[in-house]
Design a protein around this ligand. Structure first.
Ligand code: ZN
Length: 204
């Protein structure tokens, strides 16, 4: 399986990192080693001094598809989860300055913790306006709503499948709202969809 991530998909987040609003989705990949094996602790990576959290809604692909049209994209997912796109912000800044790829900053081991389960869209009262949030040590640090995405779920799937065949089990991290910031050893990160806590992560 593969993890496809979308950068700069919320205008307020693009602005907080001094990035322009993209004209087409910004994509990057993480390998499956970015997932956290069940029961494995999250260890602060040795290679960075600026680990940032980015809470994101995550789609899980349920059938194979390529060149998917936006109007048929809904057939390829039926639930939504939550995850954190951990970013080594210092490394990313160096990569950006030199015009280099982002993998060292974004795709390292354990950089894609995922919530325990996915919520069927059919169970949501407003599947087109999904509230999600992240708390750090009990305090809300990020709050987003899927209606504020620059590119919605269906447009993302259409665009992604132009380049990458989507397969069952692939994950799409759909972008982070504003409020990204540093996480330190000892911090507790908790991610929610609506009022439901789906991810709880202690940084060791
Ligand atoms: Zn992200």
């Amino acid at each position: 399986m593969k993890i496809i991530c979308v950068g700069r998909n919320y205008a307020a987040h693009a602005a907080e990192l001094n990035n322009a609003i993209p004209e087409e989705p910004v994509l990057f990949l993480k390998p499956d080693s970015a997932l956290i094996p069940k029961g494995h602790p999250f260890l602060y990576p040795e290679h960075t001094k600026s680990l940032h959290y980015e809470v994101e809604l995550v789609l899980r692909i349920k059938r194979v598809g390529k060149h998917i049209l936006p109007q048929f994209a809904y057939k390829y997912y039926d639930s939504v989860g939550i995850g954190i796109d951990f970013t080594a912000r210092d490394t990313q800044q160096r990569c950006k300055e030199k015009g280099l790829p982002w993998e060292k900053a974004k795709a390292f081991d354990l950089s894609a913790p995922l919530g325990q389960h996915f919520i069927p869209l059919a169970e949501l009262s407003q599947p087109e306006a999904i509230d999600f949030s992240l708390r750090k040590n009990g305090k809300m640090v990020q709050k987003g709503n899927s209606r504020d995405m620059i590119f919605g779920f269906d447009d993302l799937i259409a665009h992604i499948s132009t380049y990458f065949t989507l397969k069952m089990g692939d994950l799409i991290f759909t972008g982070t709202p504003s409020g990204v910031g540093p996480a330190e050893r000892g911090d507790l990160l908790e991610a929610y969809i609506g009022g439901k806590k789906l991810l709880s992560l202690r940084i060791k």
